[in-house]
Design a protein. Structure first.
Length: 119
């Protein structure tokens, strides 16, 4: 399983970006996926996650500005980020939790995409 994230870049405060993460293999559509971020000097933190059926969970402070979605037919995870702030600057990672009949099998991670919010 490989995760390929893209869509990061430099954006001004108040701007928007859309991150994408293409997942190889067949396990994407039956597992929960999410986005995490890590700013310099900080621990990696959950941004949002989405279940195979589309149920979402957000870090409280990001709800309303960020929207996570998935297209199971395209094996792709998205993160729409609006009203971006300098404090959103971080490396964003996509994540896939792998569960099967044997239980939790581990996590897969993308390579990270840099998001910089600055004027």
């Amino acid at each position: 399983v490989q995760l390929q994230a893209s869509g990061g870049g430099l954006v001004q405060p108040g701007g928007s970006l859309r991150l994408s993460c293409v997942v190889s293999g067949s396990i994407f559509r039956v597992n929960t996926a999410g986005w995490y971020r890590q700013a310099p000097g900080n621990q990696r933190e959950l941004v949002a996650s989405v279940t195979p059926g589309g149920g979402t969970n957000y870090a409280g402070s990001l709800r309303g500005r960020f929207t996570i979605s998935r297209d199971n037919a395209k094996n792709t995870l998205y993160l729409q980020m609006n009203s971006l702030r300098p404090e959103d600057t971080a490396v964003y990672y996509c994540n896939l939790q792998h569960w099967n009949r044997g239980g939790y099998q581990g996590d897969y991670w993308g390579q990270g995409t840099q998001v910089t919010v600055s004027s």
